[in-house]
Design a protein around this ligand. Structure first.
Ligand SMILES: [Zn+2]
Length: 286
């Protein structure tokens, strides 16, 4: 069971779950990927799939299973595809759409039970413990305070695909962090639109456009990483998460830099790449 612990002022929270201490690949046993087709029996029974075949057998395109090593009481794993190494930047657009459809399905299923967080940790540098690409959905009880940022004003636009934009907010805590949200072309409407859109209401066409802009954003970040000899010393990695409520957004955080003592002691993030410059560089990448 997760154990939520607050600091003495009750303003900061942490969660401890001893179940996560020894996870797959950390126990010294020969490794077999639990997310690869054919190894379905290595995960808890599945709760959702896109694709053919019987439950808990191969044939799926996307598979959702409970996390065997949960952080929170409800914690699901969304396996991006049967491919052990391919991820969003390599997939057909259909497969990226499948991932987004799965996010929406799971969000709708769980939204009344607590606060839903959907996130993806890409590569070990971002905290992933299994390489096979997957996202996670974690449900935090409503009475535990969380500190998720509100959607930031749309400035420094990198790309626009129909109603979606990717942009570098002025408040960018990480080098080249990229946000995706939904707008309309009319600025006045934009304010209203941002207030009324909800992640669960996005339609089929919008899912396609969102898939396009997400894939394009990750491809751009990968090129920034490859072209920078300092960043490229470490593997490419990022986290993204979706704030799936009113004024929803998707925030991609590249893990090019580490957090250090200043950030840990002050809570003030250091980012030496100005948002305007970051957007300019990202725009130039085709
Ligand atoms: Zn695998």
């Amino acid at each position: 069971m997760p154990n939520y612990i607050s600091d003495s002022t009750k303003t900061h929270w942490m969660v401890s779950n001893p179940k996560r201490l020894v996870r797959t690949g950390m126990d010294g046993k020969p490794f077999r990927c639990p997310f690869c087709p054919g190894n379905e029996a290595d995960t808890p029974p599945e709760i959702y799939r896109i694709g053919g075949g019987e439950a808990n057998k191969p044939g799926w395109q996307i598979r959702v299973v409970p996390n065997l090593f949960p952080i929170t009481e409800i914690h699901e794993v969304i396996i991006h595809s049967p491919e052990h190494e391919k991820n969003i930047e390599d997939f057909s657009l259909d497969q990226v759409e499948n991932i987004i459809k799965t996010y929406i399905n799971r969000f709708n299923f769980l939204k009344d039970k607590g606060k839903v967080f959907i996130f993806h940790n890409c590569s070990l540098v971002s905290g992933a413990s299994l390489i096979h690409p997957h996202s996670q959905l974690s449900l935090v009880p409503n009475d535990i305070p969380t500190k998720t940022l509100a959607v930031q004003p749309v400035v420094n636009i990198v790309e626009q695909i129909e109603e979606f934009v990717s942009y570098c907010p002025e408040y960018s805590e990480w080098a080249y962090e990229l946000w995706i949200t939904k707008i309309t072309n009319d600025k006045l409407q934009m304010t209203n639109e941002l207030q009324i859109t909800n992640f669960k209401n996005i339609n089929e066409t919008q899912i396609k456009d969102l898939a396009k802009i997400l894939q394009s954003s990750i491809i751009k970040l990968k090129k920034i990483h490859t072209n920078n000899s300092h960043y490229a010393k470490k593997a490419f990695g990022y986290n993204f998460y979706i704030y799936p409520y009113d004024s929803w957004y998707l925030r991609i955080i590249p893990r090019f830099m580490e957090r250090a003592g200043f950030e840990l002691s002050t809570g003030i993030m250091v980012n030496s790449v100005e948002a305007r410059e970051a957007a300019k560089k990202l725009r130039e990448i085709k």
